[in-house]
Every structure is written in structure tokens, then in C-alpha cells.
Write a protein that binds this ligand. Structure first.
Ligand code: ATP
Ligand code: MG
Length: 575
């Protein structure tokens, strides 16, 4: 994380210089006070009052300028640092494989990128603006106070002991609560997110009350903890002022005695008092930091957790380049499980998908179809066995190259905010309007698009909520077509289309996928009747492979699926 501060080293050095300058100026002021009172007023040299006063003004001005500089620099450094850190965090998360995505929840990642970085930034700015000066001021002021009136040093010692006692008590009470606050913020985020995204389901099942209760619980917990922290911290200021006032009284009382015995001059006593005030204020600053820093540390740790993750899916050091991809996709005895210790989700899967052929995968829900095809773009890595494209193991290619030859249409369409045009063009930055329209036509999307008020330029709201499920599917199919990849992957992408549209779409699609490898996951036997090979998955095992006709003879599970979906006539027709 510190590397994000590196660009600001020179600014930080400048900041430190300005801080020291500011402290020196402030600590010079009591000397002038002492002179004006001792020499000017009591000593009867009234003529020095104006010049010394002017000097004092000048020094105060210099101190003010230094303070402005530190304020400006700390704001620049703090915001710049958090901007870079946010960018760094985002880039890191972008490189996460789905394995890492499963470890951090989206709401936690969002809190880490926003709230946690904000915490770190606040503390950083505070440290730079005020706290850097505090220890310097405290020590310097102590030294000067001691030089001016060594007989009253015990007062300072007493004051510091009292201050330390307050700080330590507070520390013990408040620190453990901060971790809790951050955890509860995550939880609050999670509940709010689920509530907002799931609003239709919540309404439909009339569960508003339960959800409100759930939110109320987290909210109350968070509020209670925050109130405790706020109360404890709020107590600090009055206590500090009490100590300050008591110290002033003791200084005046014991100073009066010393003045009475001509050991001390009045001006020196006042200067001593000013130093004492500065020491106590420095302590106040340091305490604030002691309270804020642990909170920022919790946040910092959470940010580091993300930054230090080493994505499991890595590019090879020297990636193999395949020149012209043909798209021969081979699964060679592939076994995979999400949790390596558990029973595998896929077991010993072997098949070859040739260019110019359609390879279909069918099986009941949860049989591992999506899992199988998610291995091709390396969303996950296989546990055993290998997947090759044109003879090259996909782990030996760069992820960029691998994914550049794949057109993937996920089971759940993902639509980005923007326009229909931008969503279809998402896969291929060089696509022109004709390509986009052509892809939409093949995907059977142009008809509904042309009916929209602004056609291709119709704005799409977040998550594509202004589109129907089938419309979203067709746009994401068009997106894959625009890319013109060597390998097409359709994960159950025709399920939201009516049968007639599906038939036309597959017919049109066939024209562009003539030379391509096509992988289709399907629920409907109709969709895959004419596939060149069909793989039947059952609980992650490949229990049948062949054409429809072959499987009708050899695979009982496939027969069952087919019989449940097709009429007698259809069954006989395709026999
Ligand atoms: P459907 O037809 O419903 O889409 P599917 O055949 O595509 O089903 P998969 O999504 O591949 O099924 O899931 C296969 C199994 O893997 C399921 O038992 C599921 O619980 C499990 N699974 C899926 N995704 C994950 C994940 N991210 N982490 C852990 N287990 C998972
Ligand atoms: Mg699936």
C-alpha cells in the first residue's frame, strides 16, 4: 500500500519542512509575550512594545502561511493517494478469477473500495495536517517551559500523567469497537443491496416486514456501536479542557508564590502558561489520532487483504502464441470441483469439439453444464486433466489470447448501462454500424430494437431493467456474434426465446458459424436435435455421447429426456 505514497515523497518532505517551520513560529510567540510584559510593561521600557509587537505579528503571519501550506499539501497528498489506491484496488479486482470473487462478497468489495479508502484518507490528511506537528510541539514546548521556569516543571509532569491516564483508558474502551463498526457496515451494505436488487421478490412474497426487521437489526447494532464510540470520544474534549483549566489554576497559584519570592517574573509565568496550553493541545491531537488510527488500520487491513490476493488464474510466463485459431477444443479427462476437498462437480470429462460442428450439452439442472463450459474461458482451472485449443493447453496461453477466440453468452444475460448499440459493440471495439445491425439481425433482435423509440441508441438502464429477459438474451447473443470468434459458447441462451424465434435464430446463426466451433448448453431437446454431437451430463459425469439418433439407442437418461419433451410423432420423425 505504501507504494501508492511514493509519487508524493517530495510533497511529503516539503510538508514536513512546512510543519517544522509552523511549529517554530508558534513556539516563538510566548517569548515575545514575556518580553513585552517583563521589559515593556513592568520594566518601564514602553518604547519596545510596538516594535516587539510588530515582530510578533510578523512571526504569527509566517506561522499562518506555513499552516496554509500544510493544509494544502495534505489535502493534495491525501486525495491523490486515495485516488491511486482506489484505481489500484479496482485493477486488482478486475484481475480476480471467479475463485477470488467467491471469497469476497461484492458488497464487501464495494465497501472496501469506497468507505475503507475514505477512512484511510481522512486519517492520512489528519495526520499530515495536525498530528505531525503535535509531538514536535509537545517536546519543544516542554523543553522551553522547563528552561523558562524549572521550578514549575512538576506541574507539567503532573498534567502529562493525567493526560496519559485519560488516553489509555479511552484506548482500551474504544479500539475493540472499531473492528465491529467496519464489519457491521459490510453487513448493512449486504442487507441494503439484497433489498434493493431483490425488491420484486420481496414485494411479491410480501416480505417487506421481515426485511425491514432484518435491516433494523443491523442498523441498530451499528448505531449502538457508533453511539458508544461517539460518547467515549466526546467525553475526551471536556476532560482535556478540565485538565487544561486545572493546570492553569495550579500555574497561577504556584507562579504567584514564586513571583512573590522574586524567583519568577510575571511575563515568564504567562509564557509558561502558554507552553502548557500548547502541550495539552498537542496531547489532544495525539489522542484523536490514537482513536482514528486504529480505525484506519482496520480499513487499511481490509484494503490490503484485497491488494495482497494473488489471483489463482495466472498467465504463463512465456505464453504460447497460436497464430490462426481453428478452434479445435479438446477436453481431456477433465475433473473439477469448486471446493477441492469436496466431491468433484465434473468427473473425467473427455470430448472433442470440432470447428464446423455443433457440440451440445444436455442434462438436468445442477448436472454441471455451466460449470463445464466456464472452464473453457478459464473462469476456473481444472483440478485434473487438461483442456486444449488447437493442441495448446489453455493454461499455456495468455488469458487475453484465450478469451479473444471465445464468444461467450452466459446463462444469465449481463447488460451494461449505455445504449443497445454500445452493448452489442462491447465485444469488438472495431465493429461498425453494419456489423452491429447484422449481428442484431442474426440474433433476432433487430425487430424489437427497431420498434424502440430511439432504436439502437435507446438508453439502457442499470442491469438492463428496461428490457425483457428474452430481449437481453438476444442482445447478449448479438454481442458474441459481433466478435466473430472461433469458438462460440451458448449457456442455455435460447431458453427465454419462443420456439419460432429460436428456430429462425439457429438457422441464421448456422450461416455465420459454419467454420466455427459451437458449444450449446440446452434444456430443450428440440434445440439440439441436429447437433453433430450431444454430451449427456448426469451429476457431473459424461454418461452418453453421440448424435440424437445414436443416443436414443444407447443412453437411457437421454431417452427419458427426449420422451418427456417430444411427441411420438417427433420421436419417430427423427429416429
Ligand atoms: P442449470 O441447468 O440449472 O444451469 P447446470 O448444469 O448449469 O444447471 P452448474 O451451474 O454447472 O449446473 O452447477 C453444478 C453444481 O455446481 C451445482 O451442484 C452447484 O451447486 C455447484 N456450483 C455451481 N456454481 C458454484 C460455485 N460458484 N461455487 C460452488 N458450487 C457451485
Ligand atoms: Mg447452468
Amino acid at each position: 500500500m505504501l507504494k501508492y505514497l511514493r509519487p508524493y515523497i517530495s510533497a511529503i518532505l516539503f510538508l514536513i519542512t512546512a510543519t517544522v517551520g509552523g511549529v517554530a513560529a508558534t513556539l516563538k510567540l510566548p517569548d515575545f509575550t514575556a518580553r513585552i510584559i517583563n521589559e515593556g510593561i513592568i520594566g518601564g521600557h514602553q518604547d519596545i512594545i510596538v516594535p516587539v509587537g510588530l515582530q510578533m505579528l510578523g512571526i504569527a503571519l509566517v506561522g499562518g502561511i506555513f499552516t496554509i501550506i500544510t493544509g494544502y499539501l495534505s489535502a493534495r497528498i491525501g486525495t491523490g493517494f486515495s485516488r491511486d489506491l482506489r484505481a489500484g484496488l479496482f485493477t486488482k479486482v478486475e484481475r480476480f478469477s471467479l475463485v477470488e470473487m467467491n471469497t469476497f462478497s461484492p458488497s464487501s468489495l464495494i465497501t472496501r473500495t469506497t468507505n475503507d479508502i475514505q477512512q484511510v484518507q481522512t486519517v492520512l490528511v489528519m495526520v499530515m495536517r495536525m498530528v505531525l506537528a503535535a509531538p514536535i510541539t509537545a517536546i519543544w514546548a516542554l523543553y522551553k517551559a522547563n528552561a523558562i521556569a524549572p521550578d514549575m516543571s512538576w506541574i507539567m509532569a503532573l498534567a502529562i500523567t493525567a493526560l496519559l491516564a485519560v488516553v489509555i483508558t479511552l484506548f482500551v474502551l474504544v479500539i475493540p469497537k472499531f473492528q465491529l463498526v467496519q464489519k457491521l457496515t459490510d453487513k448493512l451494505n449486504l442487507v441494503s443491496r439484497e433489498n434493493i436488487t431483490g425488491i420484486r421478490v420481496i414485494r411479491a412474497f410480501d416480505n417487506q416486514h421481515n426485511e425491514a426487521d432484518r435491516l433494523k437489526k443491523v442498523n441498530t447494532d451499528l448505531t449502538k456501536t457508533n453511539i458508544f464510540v461517539a460518547r467515549a470520544t466526546a467525553l475526551m474534549q471536556p476532560v482535556m479542557f478540565l485538565i487544561l483549566n486545572l493546570v492553569s489554576v495550579v500555574i497561577v497559584w504556584s507562579g504567584a508564590h514564586l513571583i512573590g519570592t522574586y524567583v519568577l517574573e510575571i511575563g515568564d509565568m504567562l509564557a509558561f502558561m502558554q507552553y502548557a496550553i500548547q502541550v495539552i493541545f498537542s496531547f489532544l491531537m495525539i489522542t484523536i489520532v490514537f482513536i482514528m488510527v486504529p480505525r484506519a488500520l482496520v480499513s487499511g487491513k481490509r484494503i490490503l487483504e484485497v491488494l495482497s490476493v494473488d489471483p489463482i488464474i495466472k498467465d504463463p510466463i512465456t505464453p504460447k502464441e497460436t497464430k490462426q485459431a481453428n478452434g479445435v477444443l479438446v477436453f481431456n479427462d477433465v475433473t473439477f470441483g469448486y471446493d477441492q476437498a469436496d466431491v468433484p462437480i465434473l468427473e473425467n470429462i473427455s470430448f472433442t469439439a470440432q470447428p464446423g460442428q455443433v457440440t451440445a450439452i444436455i442434462g438436468s439442472t445442477g448436472s454441471g453444464k455451466s460449470t463445464l463450459i466456464n472452464l473453457v474461458p478459464r473462469f476456473y482451472d481444472t483440478l485434473f486433466g487438461e483442456i486444449t485449443i488447437d493442441g495448446v493447453n489453455i493454461t499455456e496461453m495468455s488469458q487475453h489470447q484465450l478469451r479473444s477466440i471465445i464468444g461467450y453468452v452466459p446463462q444469465k444475460s449481463v447488460i451494461f448501462s449505455g445504449t443497445i448499440h454500445s452493448n452489442i459493440a462491447y465485444s469488438n471495439k472495431t465493429a461498425n454500424t453494419d456489423d452491429i445491425h447484422n449481428a442484431a439481425r442474426i440474433a433476432q433482435a433487430d425487430e424489437f430494437i427497431s420498434l424502440l423509440p430511439k432504436a439502437y441508441e435507446t438508453p439502457i438502464s442499470q442491469y438492463g431493467t428496461n428490457l425483457s429477459g428474452g430481449q437481453k438474451q438476444r442482445i447478449s447473443i448479438a454481442r458474441a456474434i459481433t466478435k466473430d470468434p472461433s469458438i462460440y459458447i451458448f449457456d442455455d441462451t435460447f431458453s427465454a426465446l419462443d420456439y419460432k424465434t429460436e428456430v429462425t435464430l439457429r438457422h441464421e446463426l448456422k450461416k455465420v458459424t459454419k467454420q466455427k466451433t459451437v458449444l450449446i448448453v440446452a434444456q430443450r431437446v428440440n434445440t439440439i436435435l441436429h447437433a453433430d454431437q450431444i454430451i449427456v451430463l448426469d451429476k457431473g459425469k459424461n454418461i452418453g455421447q453421440g448424435t440424437h439418433q445414436e443416443l436414443m439407442k444407447t443412453c437411457s437418461v437421454y431417452q427419458e429426456i427426449a420422451k418427456s419433451q417430444l411427441s411420438e410423432d417427433e420421436l419417430n420423425k427423427y429416429l
